[in-house]
Design a protein around this ligand. Structure first.
Ligand code: ATP
Ligand code: MG
Length: 436
């Protein structure tokens, strides 16, 4: 394994050990290093208690958000580093939070309270790897395995059930059999986990490098959190293979939460809408929109994300071509419209993998959209080279018609009938002037 932490992280480790404390890198960064992946962030665990950590880093900017659980964030050279006192978790009587966290001097105790063996390793430059649960071996075998007795671990914190799926989607690992069985057995505990924590793990699952593989292998785990999707998993014959139709586009979209959620929920309303016989595609789509919205609301996802996802689902079957591209960019907003192109592209690769012509068209539309936006394309009435005041001076009244005229000017600019130039716009506005 190779771990070369940034200088600030090494300094933090050293500051602690110079004061006589033990300090190790732990969790995700050690796992990533063992796997040869670039760690996202570096977490340090130490036998210093929070007050002692604070004293060691008194000369630095710190944030105490997690201090109740023993975590202090130190900012060194602009890099936030999380320092956590070795903990042994107490009893989880609510299945959510340990009733009490107690600190310990034992690194091993801190490691065995962690969720999965691959996350329960520690490393420091002069101490090498500490791996009491065989995490390194599970990394080699690509296995997510609970530390200790799996049932007990999922009873302590049912969120770990979804974390297992998340790591499967992030790392491309399998879930070890006993761990998987315990997850399914302890599934009821998930009802006590807050929507926010569930949403956070699902979001990370969906943007994982191996998201589709994990959802293909463990759909039964996903539907523990999203029971609304259960009908999509019915046996292929009665269901047109909807689950696979969902996963292929999901695989083909970039790792963006809105795109991945849209792909996941694209057909979620189909079983419901077709259960009473064949329905027009538009109705099935509206069912998907409604169901998607209620799922995302229930998970308390940010409104921006929810709105983007339902817009993508609602419009994914509509035609976008060079003639109406500007209209789409304006009506959905540039970010959502670009994502819609990406979603459509992923859908074409899934439905008609041979249709290279449509894929090329969508690619060139995407490039054209980027170019137009770079050029500062006029997207809204505010970007027009005439203002309401110009129209008022021309004889318009301050009423609904004024707004309608500006909208019409924008429409003509977006379809290319009119240039966004003041003289051209004034002339066009003149011809739109109501006669009465
Ligand atoms: P990533 O690099 O994707 O953030 P990570 O391993 O750092 O992965 P986090 O959710 O940031 O994942 O958690 C940090 C570490 O804290 C984990 O590696 C694990 O050791 C421990 N941990 C986090 N959440 C739990 C939990 N619910 N139960 C037990 N241990 C946990
Ligand atoms: Mg992390």
């Amino acid at each position: 394994m190779f771990l070369a932490p940034p200088g600030e992280v090494l300094t933090a480790l050293e500051l602690l050990s110079r004061r006589g404390f033990e300090a190790y890198l732990v969790g995700g960064c050690v796992r990533d290093a063992v796997l040869g992946r670039e760690p996202d962030d570096y977490d340090i665990a130490t036998d210093a208690v929070p007050e002692e950590i604070k004293r060691v880093f008194s000369g630095y900017q710190t944030a105490e958000i997690g201090i109740r659980h023993g975590t202090l964030t130190v900012v060194m050279n602009g890099r936030p580093i999380e320092l956590t006192s070795y903990r042994r978790d107490g009893v989880y009587s609510d299945g959510r939070h340990p009733d009490r966290v107690s600190f310990t001097k034992s690194l091993e105790e801190d490691l065995i309270r962690r969720d999965f063996t691959v996350n329960a390793m520690a490393w420091r430059p002069d101490g090498g790897l500490v791996d009491p649960s065989g995490g390194r071996n599970d990394c080699k075998n690509k296995l997510i395995r609970a530390v200790g007795e799996p049932g007990e671990r999922f009873r302590e914190d049912a969120l770990r059930i979804l974390r297992a799926l998340r790591f499967a989607g992030q790392l491309g690992f399998e879930i070890e059999r006993n761990t998987h069985q315990a997850m399914m057995r302890e599934a009821a505990g998930l009802s006590r986990v807050s929507a926010e924590r569930v949403a956070k793990e699902l979001n990370r699952t969906l943007i994982g490098d191996f998201a589709a593989n994990a959802l293909r292998a463990y759909p039964e785990v996903l539907v523990l959190a999203l029971p609304e999707l259960k009908p999509l998993l019915r046996p292929e014959k009665t269901n047109d293979g909807i689950w696979e139709q969902t996963l292929i586009p999901l695989e083909g979209t970039p790792k963006d939460p809105a795109l991945r959620w849209a792909a996941l929920l694209l057909f979620c309303g189909k079983p419901q809408s077709t259960s009473g016989g064949p329905v027009p595609p538009a109705d099935s789509q509206e069912c998907s929109v409604t169901l998607a919205e209620s799922i995302l609301r229930r998970l308390r996802q940010p409104r921006m994300l929810t709105e983007q996802v339902i817009t993508l689902i609602r419009h994914h079957e509509q035609r976008i071509d060079p003639a109406n591209l500007r209209l789409w960019l304006s009506s959905l907003g540039p970010e959502t419209a670009k994502k819609l192109l990406l979603l459509k592209r992923a859908g074409v690769s899934a439905k008609e993998p041979g249709d290279t012509r449509r894929i090329e068209q969508l690619d060139s539309l995407y490039m054209e959209a980027v170019r137009l936006l770079d050029e500062g394309l006029c997207l809204s009435v505010r970007d027009l080279q005439v203002k309401g005041d110009d129209l008022l001076a021309m004889g318009y009244q301050r009423n609904r018609r004024l707004g309608q005229a500006l909208d019409e000017l924008l429409r003509q600019v977006l379809t290319g009938e009119l240039e966004n130039r003041r003289d051209a716009l004034l002339k066009a506005a003149e011809s739109l002037l109501p006669i009465d």
